[in-house]
Design a protein around this ligand. Structure first.
Ligand SMILES: [Zn+2]
Ligand SMILES: [Zn+2]
Length: 259
């Protein structure tokens, strides 16, 4: 059993037929659990509708840092209402993206802090997106008490020092197709080193297709390539990596129940 702990299944890249194909190919590849991530309220509603009819899909609901310019109390209230759905397993993705800066930094920070608060109120773990803002991300997680609920540093692309601090805060590290890219030696080093009970694998599809699909549209079936690479870096069989990452996801959010 292998799980994709972070994929985007809602959006203009996938119509209904495309989505059915993506889910079928995931099943055939042995990927039996998918955490579908919403980047805003409209997607959050669609993720919940999908999770209601597909038992292999569960939801991660939040407002992405790119969308943080629209954050306000009404958005927060509606997100909190949607998070009451039992298929909502995580709050996110939230965090800071100072590489693209698509929303003003103060708005990103306010939305991030508020969503950590929401996660604590709901008792749900957080999925963190961080890009070009490592110190601020760690500082805000610490200041807002995010360690009380924990969660995932998704699409891990920081260094060993950041990894240590995130683990100390109680977070898990999720590795994406980046571990298969040529210039990713520092990230491979973290993937080889991190404790087995704190690692996950993801596609972040439709982005970041792993080698040998690099440059094409990514999809959850390809998490098998990410898992194979992480297993080989750690010198363990792929089956052990699959079992560990599935167990780790379950420890975080109570799903999928594999026992
Ligand atoms: Zn992200
Ligand atoms: Zn994402």
């Amino acid at each position: 059993m292998l799980v994709d702990s972070h994929c985007h299944l809602i959006g203009s890249h996938l119509d209904a037929a495309g989505l059915a194909g993506v889910l079928e190919r995931a099943r055939q590849a042995g990927v039996s659990g998918l955490v579908a991530v919403a980047t805003g309220l409209a997607e959050a509603r669609e993720v919940l509708a999908l999770a209601a009819r597909r038992p292999e899909v569960q939801g991660c609901l939040g407002v992405h840092p790119h969308e943080a310019g629209g954050w306000n109390p009404a958005v927060e209230a509606e997100l909190e209402r949607l998070l009451q759905d039992p298929n909502a397993r995580f709050v996110g993705e939230t965090g800071l993206d100072w590489h693209y800066d698509l929303a003003p930094r103060p708005a990103q920070e306010a939305a991030f802090r508020a969503q950590i608060g929401l996660a604590r109120r709901r008792g749900l773990p957080i999925v963190v997106h961080t890009r070009a803002a490592p110190e601020a991300t760690l500082r805000i997680l610490a200041e807002e008490g995010a360690g009380q609920v924990g969660g995932i540093i998704h699409c891990f692309s920081e260094d060993l020092d950041f990894a240590r601090k995130a683990l100390d805060l109680g977070f898990h590290l999720s590795f994406s197709g980046i571990v298969t890219f040529k210039n990713a030696e520092p990230i491979r080093a973290v993937a080889a080193w991190a404790p087995e009970d704190r690692i996950l694998v993801e596609t972040d599809s439709p982005y970041l297709a792993p080698v040998p699909h690099r440059g094409r549209t990514n999809e959850p079936a390809y998490v098998t390539h990410v898992a194979a690479q992480v297993a080989s870096l750690r010198g363990i069989p792929p089956e052990r990596l699959a079992a560990a990452t599935t167990r780790n996801l379950e420890a975080l959010c109570g799903w999928p129940s594999c026992s």
